[in-house]
Design a protein around this ligand. Structure first.
Ligand code: CUA
Length: 338
């Protein structure tokens, strides 16, 4: 009588999926080097303190609720409060602790976080800082300009250490979000709008950041690096980046101009004027290719040129029908653009 068998849904799958779904994101959240709780600027310090205070408060609140639940369960057959008192005492207790305390705690938290902490993370007014940087989000990379200079770079934002910098951000396509957790809060980059952010680092170093708003297929490969340098070193870097590329008649340079590369990329000082992809004038001075997808070395660059869709599927760079010798020449030319 197999037809009479009652169908039973297998239970084991659900029983496994739920704990995994809870635990895996928690484990994954510890991966990588972007750490809100390792602040390296005054605003990031304030955000981190707020986070710890909220965690402590929430833990205490949770503990008290669990304790009260347990107490309620243990005393479920008794009618009076533990310390006596009638219905009036019970009403006072509910109003004071159930309504009064939450209102007090939540409004103080609101005032502290929304007025004091957020204000300390606000961007300085136009003209209030010595340095302004313009960031434009693209699918899936960052264009970075230093107004007042000819410097244009991509995916690596250099700043002088211990100096407030005003970052003005917008987007060339969809909404992106600029976030360098160790330095400040995130700011959305929105079409047709300019949002500003304060960026400063109290120590020399490289601070990794990430696009924090889903923006399409390669959203996860949209890394930004903030590189804080001693002031003299930063000035020298900016002067080098502002200069045009050293002109050369190498085979790589010819391939770049003759093939379609120059239709999408600019190399200042040459005939290449494309504005679709990143400016490559000083490409060799950057540390990664494709906004953090590959390290910037000759082997990785050759692989990228041969098949850009392999490392970062969906990006706008096509594979060109180049000979092996042309790929090598192109890679060595680009790596030489320091
Ligand atoms: Cu850009 Cu996500």
């Amino acid at each position: 009588m197999s037809g009479d068998r009652v169908y039973r849904r297998p239970r084991h799958r659900g029983a496994l999926v739920l704990p995994l779904a809870c635990v895996l994101p928690l484990i994954a959240s510890g991966c990588g080097k972007q750490d809100v709780l390792d602040p390296h600027s005054h605003p990031a310090q304030r955000i981190s303190t707020l986070w710890w205070v909220m965690l402590a408060g929430a833990s205490i609140g949770f503990g008290v609720v669990v304790l009260l639940l347990f107490l309620g369960w243990a005393r479920r057959n008794r009618e009076s409060l533990p310390f006596g008192g009638g219905e009036r005492a019970a009403t006072i207790l509910v109003v004071a602790f159930g309504v009064g305390v939450p209102i007090l705690v939540l409004s103080s938290l609101f005032v502290w976080s929304n007025i004091f902490v957020i204000r300390s993370t606000d961007a300085p007014a136009r003209g209030a800082t010595r340095l302004t940087v313009r960031v434009v989000g693209h699918q899936w990379w960052w264009a970075i300009r230093y107004p007042g200079t000819a410097a244009v770079t991509a995916n690596e934002l250099h700043i002088p250490v211990r100096t407030p910098v005003r970052v003005e951000g917008t987007t060339a396509d969809v909404i992106h979000s600029f976030w360098v957790p160790e330095l400040n809060r995130k700011v959305d980059l929105i079409p047709g709008r300019e949002n500003v952010l304060l960026l400063e680092a109290d120590r020399v170093g490289t601070y990794p950041g990430q696009c924090a708003e889903f923006c399409g297929l390669q959203h996860a490969h949209m890394e930004i690096r903030v590189i804080a340098q001693p002031r003299a070193q930063f000035r020298a870097w900016l002067a080098r980046q502002s200069a045009p590329a050293v002109s050369t008649t190498s085979r790589g340079a010819t391939v770049f101009t003759d093939e379609t590369c120059s239709g999408c990329h600019e190399i200042r000082g040459t005939a290449a004027r494309g504005q679709v992809g990143p400016d490559l004038t000083h490409f060799g001075s950057r540390t990664t290719i494709g906004a953090g997808v590959l390290p910037n070395d000759p082997a990785a660059l050759r692989a990228w040129i041969r098949d850009p869709q392999h490392a970062k599927p969906g990006n706008r760079m096509p594979a060109l029908p180049l000979s092996g010798a042309d790929v090598r020449a192109l890679a060595s030319y680009l790596e030489g653009l320091k």
